[in-house]
Design a protein around this ligand. Structure first.
Ligand code: AGP
Length: 628
């Protein structure tokens, strides 16, 4: 997820762009840049490339300044925008997906001699093919980004008609994109186009805007239009025109935004956590779809050949917190799908236990931030022992991503809330893809099974959306238990892993004591804790274990517990035992964790909300635990 801003009007653009980008840093902040149509034509002189910055060179009427790091670096480089004259420009704050965070990879990207400058939010899935084709046609690429492919495509198709060039790009690009575009010979004009990534247009007395999100322009206007999908926009200082992909002009309506700035940063949601829960369908889709081609899983990015994958005799997974629960889920899922034994360890334990592992063990470290000290130390320990380490990481260029031998990025975008939700869901998706790829490499599953699993995997986002549509039922239930003292979660197999995650979510944001137990363990001591009215959440999606879980729920209910059942549609016998039941759509049992986690996230969120707590910044916790 990245942030885009554009302005064309009667004021200097650069300060306005920097203001807007600052409001979008929650969408990404590893590097930033602006492109401004230089006042009075051709660019000025070469400017020294500061250590962390890049200035445009001679001859272009578009001046480009880029910097690595937070936006303040770019502000310092441009004297808060004052050193980049011009009244028309675009800006970008980056969350890297393809290509390390660096000055070179920062946006805007441009074609040769800067005829075209582009800022992009989204993922161009076929950028490699475009890159190869354009390279053969003589285009030369400077960066490792997917966005540069869009810049060169526009340069290729531009012969004086921007709308035509953009329309041609749309027919050649697969994936998601919101593009802000400057053409050097069209001073004062900004073009934009979107497919699946958000982009709005704003209009005001001072001029006209594009932005990824409302916060960027609220200071200047509340009069906005959410650009419909697959539409092109042309902005001048005084006019805004919309076109469809066939280059026909269309009319669009504007609306008044009545959010305040803070609410706008959360997209109208009360908290980042709820916003990120609702971003899960897109995050899972963004993580899965680029890895699927013609019904098959493509794991080329691991840099491991099919033979190397087939040789993996054992997997050792290591992580902390919620990422550890992903590993617990992975154990059941990979062992069922690829018949490879999986060991799971807390990173803080693994790093000190002088582990004994078989020769062909693949070590997998899972981490949203890629900076968790214990997980990084575990990675280094495994590498020191000579093992191949794969990192499943959400932050491009993070320590774990850089030090792992192979990296599988989750594309959840920046996760602001301390309690992880969308990153967790994308980690699960990453594990599914890995399991399917391993299962195929080892010949455990055939092509038909792979296609069936890939098809179901691609349906998970819409199934998560269906659960979110019923949040009121969960909210109502949660409000009844906001003042509980103890809440227990029980499950078997994959559902035990989901119970662990549900319990942690609840603990970390509501401060209510909670435990998760393998349901078969209750009779070995824990059941002594069950008293009248204690809430026990039973998670049951695994057919072969369903009746067993039901009997565990009867055990606790007969001792006074109030029982909430979380299960798949069709398992209506749950209602014979549970006091209240939440259903999730049916899916392949190996993917069920991705669905049951959503009601558990919402339960935790609404219980904490009922207690009036600071859901996004819970006490004593940090988003990334970079110390031991
Ligand atoms: C999860 O909601 C917590 N914020 C915490 O357990 C987290 O999962 C853990 O600290 C690991 O973080 P990482 O994924 O960035 O390594």
């Amino acid at each position: 997820m990245c942030g885009i801003v554009g302005f064309t009007g009667r004021q200097q653009a650069a300060p306005i762009l920097l203001d807007g980008l600052e409001k979008l840093e929650y969408r990404g902040y590893d590097s930033a840049g602006i492109a401004v149509a230089a006042a009075g034509g051709a660019g000025t002189q070469d400017k020294p490339s500061a250590q962390s910055g890049l200035h445009t060179e001679k001859g272009s009427s578009i001046e480009i300044v880029k910097a690595k790091g937070r936006l303040k670096v770019l502000r310092e480089m441009t004297d808060d925008g004052r050193s980049v004259p011009g009244t028309c420009g675009i800006g970008h704050t980056r969350w890297a997906t393809h290509g390390e965070p660096s000055v070179l990879n920062a946006h805007p990207h441009y074609a040769k001699d800067r005829r075209v400058a582009v800022v992009h939010n989204g993922i161009i899935e076929n950028y490699q093919q475009i890159r190869e084709k354009l390279t053969k046609e003589g285009f030369s690429f400077l960066t490792a980004t997917d966005t540069e492919a869009a810049a060169h495509l526009l340069d290729k198709y531009y012969s004086g008609n921007p709308i035509e060039a953009i329309s041609k790009l749309m027919f050649h690009v697969r994936g998601s994109y919101a593009l802000g575009i400057l053409f050097a010979d069209r001073p004062g004009e900004i073009y934009a186009v979107r497919k699946d990534s958000p982009l709005i247009v704003g209009r005001s007395e001072q001029g006209n805007f594009i932005a990824s999100d409302v916060p960027a322009i609220l200071k200047y206007t509340r009069d906005v239009c959410f650009i419909p999908n697959l539409e092109i926009v042309k902005l001048t200082e005084t006019e805004i025109h919309f076109y469809n992909v066939d280059q026909e002009e269309v009319e669009e309506t504007f609306s008044q935004i009545n959010w305040d700035t803070e609410a706008a940063e959360k997209g109208g949601f009360a908290h980042f956590m709820l916003k990120e829960i609702y971003e899960q369908p897109k995050a899972v889709r963004d993580t899965v779809s680029p890895r699927i081609s013609e019904g098959h899983v493509n794991l080329d990015e691991l840099g491991m050949s099919r033979e190397e994958l087939a040789k993996v005799s054992r997997i050792q997974m290591v992580a902390c917190g919620s990422a550890y629960h992903v590993c617990m889920t992975a154990k059941y899922m990979i062992e069922q799908t690829a018949r490879v034994p999986v060991d799971v360890d807390l990173a803080s334990e693994f790093r000190y236990r002088n582990p004994v592992m078989e020769k062909d063990t693949l070590v997998i470290v899972v981490s949203q931030s890629g900076e968790t000290a214990d997980s990084l130390a575990a990675l280094r320990e495994a590498k020191k022992l000579g093992y191949h380490v794969l990192g499943i990481v959400n932050v491009v260029g993070s320590s774990i991503a850089r030090e792992a031998d192979s990296v599988f990025y989750t594309w959840a975008g920046p996760e602001i809330s301390v309690a992880t939700t969308k990153a967790y869901s994308t980690q699960l998706a990453a594990v599914y893809l890995l399991a399917i790829g391993l299962g195929r490499a080892k010949g455990v599953i055939d092509e038909i099974a792979e296609t069936e699993m890939v098809e179901e995997l691609s349906r998970l986002p819409e199934k998560i959306e269906r659960i979110l549509e019923e949040k009121e039922r969960i909210q109502w239930f949660a409000n009844k238990f906001s003042h509980s003292k103890d809440i227990f979660f029980i499950g078997r197999g994959l559902d035990y892993a989901s119970s662990l995650e549900g319990s942690l979510k609840l603990k970390e944001i509501s401060y209510i004591h909670s435990e998760a137990y393998a349901a078969g363990e209750l009779k070995h001591g824990t059941i002594s804790l069950i008293e009248d009215g204690i809430l026990v959440v039973g998670v049951a999606t695994q057919k072969s274990l369903f009746e067993k879980l039901i009997s565990n729920m009867v055990e606790v209910k007969s001792r006074g517990a109030y029982v909430l059942g979380v299960t798949s549609y069709g398992n209506y016998s749950m209602e014979d035992v549970a006091n209240y039941t939440i259903y999730v759509p049916k899916t392949m049992e190996c993917f069920a964790a991705s669905l049951v986690v959503v009601p558990l996230q919402l339960l935790a969120y609404y219980v904490a909300l009922g207690k009036g707590l600071d859901v996004d910044k819970p006490r004593n916790l940090a988003k990334s635990v970079t110390v031991e």
